[in-house]
Ligand binder design. Structure first.
Ligand code: AMP
Length: 420
């Protein structure tokens, strides 16, 4: 038996319907906030991600699907959406008219350890907003993300926010945490000992239990904010309150990527079994200049679509096309039933033509396809110029079936579907 590669899943049935619904709903909300769609390539030159994400992050150092193509170029399957979109913005000089507001969705790839809600191929939807660097834009962007969740039907989540400050802040803060973690170096995990040398901020992201305990007593970034960074963050919080967006400040939220400055945020479910992050984002100041683009600041966020799918009720996604089954009783009625099937489709009624097997098999298929109505044509109906309409979900025998003239059947079905 062939299986997909580890950590990758076939998406179909209820899951595909959920995926499609999430993307479409998010797109509607994003359009209201002025976003347009962009689709960048799934693979980019490896350097695009190395520059954007930072060489010393877990994603770039361990999780990227990177290989040489036939021309000998190093290419990488995108592990996240921002880097490619920013590269596309610079390539196409889209910053000539600011603000630029783009939404994307699609497959991402990370060579991670698969578990519930964590796959090697997964899907994200996200937005990038370039141009205005202000607490207003940050709070509007967080509100957009929150509205997307609400529109999808997800209400039980918390929003964690923090600020990574400006260069001055981060310089002072990194000095302080290097000093702190160096004192606890021997108790840090192997990975975090390396991070201490290469990228100390990332220790705060560690999932290792011992590291988490040491992190809980670490210095907090707000104690190192420059005046500007402090004012900026206070204003973001004030505006979120004005917006009525509930949030918690998480002083250790640094997010897994290197490109953030100032506002960073993350969304976590508060009900049910699944507790891991469903999405997050933040402001970035230097990402465009990494691609030799103009000095324009941006803010963005991304949601993990599979994680949002985990929070949606299966019941609502059973498939809601109301189908009519056109069922000849024997092969002799096939042609007349086929004509009726064609007429129904021409009148925009979703119909099935069930002509294979005996009648009991056809009725079983009608049931399995959730057909609400079966139209039976047998010898009698053929002789009378009629169709027997059978309402599959009606229990009352007197109302379950009705013989209708074949010339009146379209109007009858439309009326019946409207009322049910
Ligand atoms: P990140 O780009 O790491 O900030 O991830 C943004 C969101 O993508 C996370 O909050 C998750 O919802 C989702 N995500 C990240 N990695 C995975 C994965 N391996 N499998 C499924 N979803 C993921």
């Amino acid at each position: 038996m062939f299986r997909p590669p580890r950590g990758m899943k076939d998406l179909y049935g209820i899951d595909f319907r959920k995926y499609d619904y999430i993307v479409r709903t998010a797109q509607k909300v994003a359009e209201k906030y002025g976003y347009e769609m962009i689709s960048a390539p799934i693979i980019e030159h490896t350097e695009v991600f190395q520059r954007a994400i930072g060489d010393n992050t877990d994603i770039a150092s361990k999780e990227m699907y990177t290989f040489l193509d036939k021309g000998g170029d190093s290419i990488t399957l995108r592990p996240e959406g921002t880097a490619g979109v920013i590269r596309a913005i610079v390539t196409n000089s889209l910053t000539q008219n600011l603000p630029v507001r783009l939404m994307y969705y699609g497959e991402m790839f990370r060579y991670d350890r698969p578990q519930k809600g964590r796959y090697r191929q997964f899907r994200q939807l996200g937005v990038e907003y370039l141009g205005d660097k202000s607490p207003y834009t940050d709070s509007i962007t967080i509100a957009t993300a929150s509205e997307i969740l609400n529109a999808i039907g997800i209400f039980d989540f918390e929003i964690l926010v923090n600020s990574l400050g400006d260069d001055e802040t981060r310089e002072a803060y990194i000095k302080a945490i290097v000093k702190y973690f160096s004192r606890h170096k021997n108790r840090l995990s192997q990975d975090s000992q390396i991070r201490l040398q290469k990228n100390p901020l990332r220790i705060l992201d560690s999932k290792d239990r011992g590291d988490i305990e040491i992190c809980s007593m670490a210095p907090r970034i707000m104690d190192y904010f420059s005046k500007d960074a402090g004012n900026y963050f206070d204003k973001v919080c004030e505006l979120l309150e004005k917006y009525g967006v509930k949030y918690e400040v998480d002083p250790f939220l640094v997010r897994g990527l290197d490109y953030y400055s100032h506002t960073a945020f993350e969304f976590k479910p508060t009900k049910g079994e699944y507790k891991d992050s469903i999405g997050g984002g933040g402001r970035y100041d230097k990402l465009l200049s990494q691609f030799n683009g103009p000095d324009v600041s941006g803010i963005g966020f991304a949601f993990g679509i599979e994680r949002l799918m985990l929070l949606l009720d299966n019941q609502k996604f059973k498939g809601n096309i109301r189908r009519v089954a056109v069922t000849p009783v024997t092969d002799k009625e096939n042609d007349i039933a086929f004509e009726l099937f064609k007429t129904l489709h021409a009148c925009d009624i979703a119909a099935e033509f069930l002509h294979v097997g005996n009648l009991s098999k056809k009725m079983k298929v009608a049931d399995r396809l959730n057909c609400e109505i079966t139209l039976l044509i047998g010898e009698n109906e053929r002789a009378n110029g009629t169709v027997t309409v059978k309402f599959m979900n009606v229990a009352d025998e007197a109302r379950k079936t009705k013989e209708v003239n074949i010339n009146e059947i379209v109007g009858f079905i439309k009326y019946a579907l409207e009322r049910s």
